[in-house]
Design a protein around this ligand. Sequence first.
Ligand SMILES: [Ca+2]
Length: 360
Amino acid sequence: MSLRLLHRLALAACLPLALSIFSAPAQAGYFDERDDVRAFIADVATRNKLDATEMTQALAKATPLPKVIDLIKPPSQPGVRSWKRYRARFLDAPRISGGVQFWQTYQADLDRASNNSGVPPEIIVAIIGVETVYGRNTGNFSALSALATLAFDYPPRAELFRHELEELFLLAHEQHQPVDAYLGSYAGAIGLPQFLPSSLRSVAVDGDGDGIIDLRGSPRDAIYSVANFLAQQGWVRGGEIARPALITNAEIDLKPLLDAGIVPTLSADLLAQQGIASGTAKGSSKELATLVDLVTPNEPTQYWLGYQNFYVITRYNHSSFYAMSVADLATTLKLEMRARQEMIRPVSLTPVVTKKSRKK
Ligand SMILES: [Ca+2]
């Protein structure tokens, strides 16, 4: 669909009159003639010392994309929350086998980015896997057209997307690129890690050292940028992500604890008083926690304690299902990598049980 859309954009540029016979009024020249867009250009150009004429010419080439609004709109009937269904979308074969391959290919960079930031390599790989299957699904929407559509034709999110559109203009200016050169998701998120232009400008880094930050073309730029993003959000080196919560008091009303929110504020003492313990043999954590409910219809709810690093993952996407999927994929990838490393150990290190030795 995205490629077809691009094809349509190319056609629209060449044959505006012919196309107008067959399609909705989705053509260039739509944005730049509007008063609200002119006001935006004047404001952004003045505040950032950008060339208003160049901005107008760029927005004249932007095309309204009704598909983008369809994709970003919340469904009219909110779906039933299902952890099992959500998790299955991300813990799939392409993300597991692709993750092992990505890790093996970029092991040296993952290790370096991890040493610098404190973020484990499996978390960096898992985020890139969840976001775009290691670069396979980075999106083919024009970031300029997508962001202009959301900025000016979707009032519920206009403030956010006008800001991101401004950031896209600044990014293009800084990178000496045409502003219509960037491709991304329907929401204007760019590259393997799906950074919005504001995140790209503030935390992305040139990981491969070629002098350009290219999150779409350079997996190494993406690796160091994801690590940098999580570090800047407060990743704790060596800290825990989450542990199963054991509810030992069946009478307890969990709602106030769940309603305490995603920021970890619950102390181990408070949780113990309420009859909640962490369900692993590693002893109890002293870190502040948030209580997370992983709900699946017709199945018992799983409860987990999420710590600071769990919260940091939710800064990427504000959802406990998202953070838990990243954590689960990361654990799976780590186990897969370990299994492979054990398989390639020298044979002499493996104890051999022969028929003779078994008889003894
Ligand atoms: Ca680079």
